[in-house]
Design a protein around this ligand. Structure first.
Ligand code: TEU
Ligand code: CA
Length: 557
């Protein structure tokens, strides 16, 4: 495997709208991000991924871009963005942006021109199709509910959108459109961007016949991702993109890939992959409901452990994936992957350790480093997210009561990750002096950065140690390139693995159970690298692990 500059890096996702507001409008901004670069540097972060900051009507929180070349006024100016790039560079940090090119906003100039002339050049930037006897061309259901087809006013035509109707899909079969997108990508890379997180990229390849599919819901529609799953030929488009853009700049790319054919992994990552890396969502899809959030299963520890182990072993043969416990589309990891008795600082540290020392590129989502949790939502009105509003409706239509539908959303809503960052225990958690755009999690008085700064045992200070061990010159090669070897995988409640390189062997061992578990040690322990319960010594042959205890141990190999 060829060594790459990003292999040993630690990344952090910023959701700009909720990070830090410096002008009191209740919306996080670039100034806020610039002012926290030192905080991120001290945490050990190298790469910062910014969720979309382009001009947007914010129907889907910036994932609906109306101008790829402008910064949303809500966030600041292009000068401020350039300043952010320069300030990051001074600190040896890299900025990557979200690249949303499956669709744009319906307010984008291209789409406005397409609407103005549905038979003209710009209509071919999108998918405009004739209806069938006054009905949409087929029966696909969009991710955010309802048909994927929206009437083009004044015509018998419809346009295609896999997400909201305000997010028309771009026609990647059109070479002119592709070239415009490549030019845009290169324009940002020229500016000094280190790369991109690439949004919903599997969706760019359509089955141009748009075949009607077997309905999978009582609405008579079929989930549009079924087309994505069955269509071939995405590789060509992705290579075209890579060759014309990223490759020329040695850019780092991390793609959001769902519905990939498992045996095509070697085309997506590895030395010649379409991307540097992709996110490992295998643990997250364990709580996919068949019909929606209302029938989403809880995470079962055994399945979770098995899934991570399987995924690590598969990926190891091919390249690197990016490990997350949460992002802006997911509920908080602490509230999801930990048992109820573990949703405290010990459990939070344990989960973080298991995730960050896996083989792969760790991505920390803002607030994860202080153990932010799902918020408490009292009514559907409190949510902003378009997906949540749709899921609420799906649940009530399936016969759930309002309060049952609300509780499904409380558990799964994307807004759980989007509540403002908790900086201190003053009003609005120090996020804004104005009115926050989304409610603040009421637990900010106890969970916030400032309080944790002063406590040597805090989650924040633990994350700092954890990352610094991963990056310490002495262990870095092992944590980056070392083999992943699962161990104690048949011992109830234990999640453990070795990272091994040459003659270095590190054991990461944790107890997700409620009771103490005793394990035999297969190798003598040389050194305790990290302990969430401040253990100072370890007996020779066996180990009694407390509930929610995690240890990182250097073994005698
Ligand atoms: O998400 C793509 C995607 O497939 C989502 O439907 C995802 O499965 C869902 O949010 C989980 O609840 C990306 C972005 O990450 C998301 O924020 C955007 O809404 C979406 O693309 C459209 O751009
Ligand atoms: Ca602001």
């Amino acid at each position: 495997m060829k060594k790459k500059w990003w292999h040993d890096k630690v990344a952090y996702q910023i959701y700009p709208k909720s990070f830090l507001d410096t002008n009191g409008d209740g919306i996080g901004d670039l100034r806020g991000i610039i002012s926290k670069l030192d905080y991120l540097k001290e945490l050990g972060i190298d790469i910062i991924w910014l969720s979309p900051i382009y001009q947007s009507p914010f129907v889907d929180q910036g994932y609906d871009i109306s101008d790829y070349y402008s910064i949303a006024a809500e966030f600041g100016t292009m000068d401020e963005f350039d300043e952010l790039l320069a300030e990051a560079k001074k600190r040896d940090m890299y900025i990557i942006m979200d690249l949303v090119i499956n669709h744009c906003s319906d307010k984008h100039e291209w789409f406005q021109k397409a609407l103005a002339n549905p038979d003209g050049e710009y209509a071919d930037y999108f998918y405009f199709r004739d209806g069938k006897n006054g009905n949409p061309p087929n029966n696909y259901r969009s991710y955010f509910g309802g048909s994927c087809w929206e009437p083009v006013p004044g015509t018998d035509k419809y346009y295609f959108h896999m997400f909201a109707k305000e997010q028309p899909d771009l026609n990647w079969e059109n070479p002119l459109l592709r070239q415009k997108l490549f030019d845009m990508v290169n324009w940002w890379l020229e500016k000094g961007l280190a790369g991109f997180r690439i949004d919903a990229i599997m969706n760019i390849k359509k089955d141009l016949d748009f075949p009607t599919l077997e309905p999978d819901g009582s609405d008579g529609l079929s989930s549009c991702w079924r087309m994505i799953e069955s269509v071939d030929g995405i590789g060509e488009l992705l290579e075209d993109l890579k060759k014309n853009t990223f490759e020329r700049y040695d850019a780092f790319t991390v793609a959001e890939v769902f519905n990939m054919n498992k045996d095509e992994l070697n085309q997506f990552i590895g030395d010649n992959g379409h991307f540097s890396t992709i996110f490992d969502f295998s643990a997250h899809t364990l709580s996919d409901g068949i019909h929606g959030w209302y029938d989403a299963p809880d995470i079962d520890f055994k399945k979770w452990r098995e899934t991570i182990i399987k995924s690590q072993i598969e990926i190891e043969q091919i390249g690197f994936e990016a490990n997350i416990i949460e992002n802006h589309d997911e509920p908080r990891g602490v509230s999801r992957f930990l048992p109820e008795y573990g949703r405290n600082s010990d459990g939070t540290k344990m989960l973080g350790t298991i995730s960050i020392l896996l083989r792969g590129i760790p991505f920390i989502y803002q607030g994860q480093e202080i153990g932010m949790q799902n918020a408490i939502w009292n009514s559907i009105e409190e949510f902003n997210d378009i997906n949540t509003i749709d899921q609420y409706q799906i649940a009530t239509e399936a016969g759930l009561t309002d309060s049952q539908a609300l509780s499904a959303c409380c558990k799964m809503s994307r807004d759980n990750a989007r509540t403002p960052m908790q900086w201190n225990n003053s009003i609005n958690a120090g996020f804004t002096i104005g009115t926050p755009w989304l409610k603040i999690n009421p637990n900010y008085k106890s969970i916030n950065v400032e309080t944790q700064e002063h406590n040597p045992d805090s989650v924040l200070n633990y994350y700092r140690k954890l990352i610094s061990i991963r990056k310490s010159p002495y262990y870095k090669e092992t944590f980056t390139y070392g083999e992943f070897i699962p161990v104690y995988e048949n011992t109830e409640n234990i999640m453990a693995y070795y990272r091994v390189l040459d003659n270095q062997r590190i054991l990461i061992v944790s107890n997700f159970g409620k009771e103490t578990v005793s394990i035999d040690l297969n190798y003598p322990i040389k050194k305790i690298l990290l302990s969430n319960m401040n253990r100072a010594t370890i007996s020779m042959n066996s180990l009694n692990l407390n509930s929610c205890e995690v240890l990182v141990l250097e073994c005698d190999n």
